[in-house]
Design a protein around this ligand. Structure first.
Ligand code: FAD
Ligand code: UDP
Length: 378
């Protein structure tokens, strides 16, 4: 390869976007390494032998308000017009979440639901989204009853399963992702652009990386690779690191905490297992939710594949990092690593692990697009 050669660590969305831009816009060479045996990171999907597109690391639904992100991603593949809904079983009643006026009528007798609806509309504007921790601050007895109900039946146990703590002990932004929604819109996201890539996420990433200036090496861990490269005196113009920032610095200030996830897959000899792609269990069972994959691309098969999602603490060497844990003390620890990173020239951290941020796909892509602009103009 001719110079300059850049290194991208991680072939997930963050790494693939930055690699594509350097290759395409700067016409520079890029080597992308990933320790996994596949590209696309946590967005990896594949068709199984029933022809069902499986999201190996849990359901991934693309949604964004950003035209910049949508225009970028759309270059690499078409999307369907899937609009995500999430069902939840609350005390045996199947309903939708976020908790909205339809949920209200599903879980309460009609007269009570009517009274609560009237009070809500007297107090708040139709279509308002209210984070649960804010919604709890009600002085009216009926609305306080409702807020306590939603807190307990939707958030309390689910959050305990997902994060190992109560909703009051995770950053408010986490539960605010699923607000109480004063509307009859049952969709999980209201973003302008949403859908599932018709050929899957892996193909999108493959297309981003399919460039004459890009070389991809799988099954390659950064640490071992770096030792070898140093021995050979190999240097990189710039390094973009989408792995965990604390790992990069050998946990010098202590390990950043993460949640991990364990997916238990099941194949069933029937057309459908449940009524919807995702069903949450906020009141029962040890798993948080069940994913049924054939819904996303309307895959036809006599069989179906589901995954039950169990959340657990991340432990080095035991499982994988899935969720950074947004919380003051963790952010403070991350910022120590960030200050150290800023002292190093031509090394950039990005992505869910590099930035220690609870990014959805669109936010990870936007971050990579913006970092590229920064680096290009520096
Ligand atoms: P990753 O996808 O984690 O990629 C990082 C890559 O770096 C990995 O491939 C890893 O193997 C590699 N790597 C790490 N360390 C090293 C090393 N030392 N050496 C070599 N390689 C290394 N977002 C949405 O928008 N919609 C959703 O519905 C959605 N659902 C989700 C469900 C779950 C269960 C999870 C966990 C996430 C979900 N997300 C969703 C978020 C989405 O997965 C992330 O935004 C996206 O994957 C971030 O991409 P990334 O490239 O930053 O990180
Ligand atoms: N949440 C909850 N009950 C639900 C759905 C979500 O308590 O039925 C809370 C929980 O704390 C969760 C957070 O809202 O971690 C964000 O949910 P989201 O579905 O956005 O999480 P993700 O898909 O990223 O796992």
């Amino acid at each position: 390869m001719s110079e300059p050669l850049n290194l991208v660590v991680g072939a997930g969305f963050s790494g693939a976007v930055i690699a594509n831009l350097i290759a395409e816009k700067l016409n520079q060479k890029v080597l992308v390494i990933d320790k996994k045996d596949h590209i696309a990171g946590n967005c990896y999907d594949y068709r199984d032998n029933n022809g069902i597109m499986i999201h190996k690391y849990g359901s991934h639904i693309f949604h964004t308000q950003s035209e910049k992100v949508w225009n970028f991603i759309s270059q690499f593949g078409d999307f369907n017009q899937y609009m995500h809904k999430v069902y939840a079983v609350i005390d045996g009643i199947e309903t939708t979440i976020p908790f909205n006026f339809n949920t209200l009528y599903n879980v309460f007798p009609k007269t009570l639901a009517k009274r609560l609806e009237k009070k809500l509309l007297e107090r708040f504007e139709y279509n308002k989204k209210i984070p649960i921790l804010e919604f709890l601050k009600q002085d009216d007895a009926d609305l306080k009853f409702l807020a306590d109900y939603v807190y307990e039946k939707v958030f309390l146990h689910y959050t305990a399963k997902q994060w190992g703590v109560s909703p009051d002990d995770v950053d408010g932004a986490v539960t605010a992702r699923v607000p109480v929604y004063l509307s009859k819109d049952d969709r999980y996201f209201q973003d302008k652009y949403q859908g599932i890539p018709l050929n899957g996420y892996t193909k999108l990433v493959e297309k981003m990386l399919n460039h004459p200036n890009v070389e991809v090496c799988l099954n390659t861990d950064f640490r071992e690779f770096k030792n070898e490269a140093d021995k050979k005196g190999k240097e990189f113009a710039k390094v973009f690191y989408t792995g965990a920032i604390d790992e990069y610095f050998d946990y010098e200030f202590g390990a950043l905490p993460y949640r991990s996830v364990n997916f238990k897959f099941e194949e069933h000899n029937r057309e459908f297992y449940q009524q919807n792609s995702v069903v949450n269990y906020p009141c029962n069972y040890d798993f948080t939710r069940i994913h049924e994959y054939k819904y996303y691309l309307n895959d036809k098969s006599d069989k179906t594949v589901i995954a039950k999602e169990y959340s657990e603490f991340f432990e080095i060497g035991k499982n994988e990092r899935y969720y950074p844990i947004p919380k003051g003390e963790n952010t403070a620890l991350y910022e120590k690593y960030l200050s150290k990173a800023k002292e190093l020239k031509n090394l950039y951290f990005l992505g869910r692990l590099g930035d220690y941020k609870y990014y959805d796909m669109d936010k990870a892509i936007l971050r990579a697009l913006e970092l590229f602009d920064e680096v290009r103009n520096a």
